[in-house]
Write a protein that binds this ligand. Structure first.
Ligand code: SIN
Ligand code: FE2
Length: 217
């Protein structure tokens, strides 16, 4: 029970905003199922805790990461890749909870992509000051499927550009419960997250959690 105070928030109607051809922002899409989602996430994080990975260039990322699904995205001095095992534990990544895969499939469909069946979910944790530089999601071998990105906790400024790093970026404020779907003509668009501002979220406190669902192969 979240009580009457949040009733207006959790019952708000999701909205749909076009960002580019193939890209939509679904505000509030998660809210109706956030309790189940957060409970499933807690279990994943207990089995595969957040860690700061190192880029091939030797920089430690400000965003802490973990994964669930058949494979997980990892980076180390050898490069970026998808791996079936968690390098910290030597065990397979936790399975993707059905509540997560169903959310991703439904959001993709609302964004115009039917039958999305992700095999990977990268879980990013930002604390104030953490950021993600502009990049393309291109470590997958199948670009016909979209990327589905779920925002929880503190608000962030999401930067969404074009096919070239130098393309002008649009800025979107993503708040708790928002989903961005990009695929088709915008599947390889550059995107990133500006340094997270200080704040305290009622549920997630001083952090932002982002989930990105991918179909890697
Ligand atoms: C990502 O591109 O992997 C993360 C995007 C975000 O945190 O919103
Ligand atoms: Fe990305």
């Amino acid at each position: 029970m979240t009580g009457d105070l949040f009733a207006g928030v959790t019952e708000a109607q999701p909205s749909r905003e076009t960002m580019a051809e193939g890209a939509v922002l679904l505000r509030g899409f998660v809210l109706a199922r956030q309790d189940e989602l957060l409970a499933a996430l807690r279990e994943v994080i207990a089995a595969a805790p957040f860690r700061h990975m190192v880029t091939p260039g030797g920089f430690t990322m400000s965003v802490a990461m973990t994964n669930c699904g058949k494979v997980g995205w990892v980076t180390d001095r050898r490069g970026y890749r998808y791996d079936a095992g968690d390098p910290e534990s030597g065990k397979p990544w936790p399975a993707m909870p059905p509540v997560l895969s169903a959310l991703a499939r439904d959001a993709a469909e609302a964004g115009g992509f039917k039958d999305f069946a992700p095999d990977a979910c990268l879980i990013n944790r930002y604390v104030p000051g953490a950021k993600m530089s502009l990049h393309q999601d291109k470590d997958e071998t199948d670009f016909s499927a979209p990327i589905v990105s779920v925002s929880l906790g503190l608000p962030a400024t999401f930067l969404f550009g074009g096919l070239k790093r130098s393309d002008k970026t649009q800025r979107y404020r993503l708040t708790h419960g928002d989903v961005v779907v990009w695929g088709g003509p915008s599947r390889l668009f550059y995107h990133g997250v500006a340094p997270l501002a200080e704040g305290e979220h009622p549920l997630l406190k001083r952090q932002r959690i982002n989930l990105t669902f991918r179909k890697t192969a």
